[in-house]
Design a protein around this ligand. Structure first.
Ligand code: FES
Ligand code: FE2
Length: 378
């Protein structure tokens, strides 16, 4: 093994599949990730007063609700006897539990408890029951959340680093993003890995990207920022900084295929559809079980300033329709590979042989373990 070649082998331990095959190890991994900033959904999912949507942070069900100008997040578990308060993907209305009608205010306090005096001898406020709050932060249209933790004090902006500006600008969709959900019968990390793999396209996506979809390593560049990484179809060493700067100045217009991946489980990609039109997709691998994941995609025309507004108003719907079919097809092709690997994951006892087009997988695995280690020591 050459020196360069073996570089990434060291960052992945032989037992890297443990949380992928073992549900107890998975539960422990998720417990540690609960205080890491996690993408929950788009602000357009909670636009009007009283709008709410359900999401999850490290397998724990949560919901985000708008109260006037403010967004609040709570664990989706009633303080009384633990019934989930929100039992659909989204809706609008006050927080009232369907089991015994306890009602909560915007601080998450149980303020309406049927027959409270008679059953508990006190007033609702004296009982002091409340929902567990989660911390929320937004970046453009993207809402992130985490469970509070004494050592989790890093702001979302600090956590996302130079990627913050890109997500902020890239998420300002002009139209409501199309949201696609696909179940994946495999661990979320296998999904994250395939999203960081620039080698599999000719074999896995011959119909979608063409058999000649091989990418030459010398034509692209990989970048690391904080815990995260980026792929640019450009060789400019400061390409990512240029993009971030343009995003901050409000002048960003994608010129080439660009992907920013954020540990643990979300990415934003800009890709060309036709001529100089670009689309944006946000991809989220939501962990459900050690062998179950929900893949979410939010897709919309890239929000670029003043780019042919008239023709785009006419052509974007067509473009968006085609992009949806395309994304669904690519994800299904990726998912099939992940599901097949999941089927033999218990046979895996060593690190993968990562090549140059899989370098970002090595980085991802490295930072994933760093994150867990940081939380473990807490
Ligand atoms: S469990 Fe929610 S009101 Fe009883
Ligand atoms: Fe793929």
């Amino acid at each position: 093994m050459g020196k360069q070649y073996s570089r990434w082998q060291h960052s992945i331990p032989d037992d890297w599949t443990r949380p992928i095959v073992d549900s107890a190890a998975f539960a422990e991994e998720q417990r540690l990730l609960a205080s890491v900033w996690t993408f929950l959904g788009m602000a357009s999912d909670a636009e009007k007063d009283g709008d709410w949507f359900r999401a999850s942070i490290a397998t724990r069900s949560v919901f985000v609700q708008r109260f006037g100008t403010e967004l609040r997040g709570f664990e989706n578990v009633c303080a009384h006897r633990f019934m989930p308060l929100r039992n659909a993907d989204h809706g609008n209305g006050p927080i009232v539990c369907g089991f015994h009608h306890w009602a909560y205010d915007q601080q998450g306090r149980a303020v309406g408890i049927p027959h409270c005096r008679e059953l508990y001898d006190v007033l609702p406020q004296e009982l002091g029951a409340r929902l567990a709050r989660i911390e929320l932060a937004t970046c453009g249209q993207m809402i992130f959340g985490r469970f509070p933790h004494p050592r989790a004090s890093e702001s979302l902006e600090e956590y996302l680093g130079s990627g913050f500006a890109v997500l902020a600008a890239g998420s300002l969709a002009r139209v409501r993003p199309y949201h696609l959900k696909i179940p994946l019968a495999a661990n979320w990390r296998l999904g994250a890995q395939i999203s960081l793999d620039d080698y599999h396209s000719p074999a896995v996506h011959p119909r979608t990207f063409g058999r000649e979809g091989y990418i030459r390593r010398q034509d692209i560049s990989y970048h690391r920022f904080g815990l995260h990484s980026a792929y640019l179809y450009s060789t400019q060493a400061d390409g990512l900084e240029q993009i971030a700067r343009a995003c901050r100045e409000g002048t960003y217009y994608p010129k080439y295929y660009t992907i920013l991946q954020f540990v643990p489980n979300v990415l934003m990609a800009f890709f060309r559809t036709d001529f100089d039109h670009y689309h944006c997709v946000i991809l989220l691998y939501e962990p459900v079980g050690h062998d179950r994941t929900i893949v979410h995609a939010w897709a919309y025309p890239a929000p670029v300033p003043g780019h042919r507004p008239w023709t785009r108003a006419l052509t974007d719907p067509v473009r968006s329709f085609i992009v949806r079919q395309y994304i669904a097809m690519v994800l299904r092709e990726d998912n099939l590979v992940c599901e097949r690997i999941q089927g033999v994951a218990h046979q895996i006892g060593r690190a993968p042989l990562l090549g140059r087009l899989e370098e970002r997988i090595g980085w991802f695995e490295e930072t994933y373990r760093e994150l867990l280690a940081m939380r473990q020591n807490d």
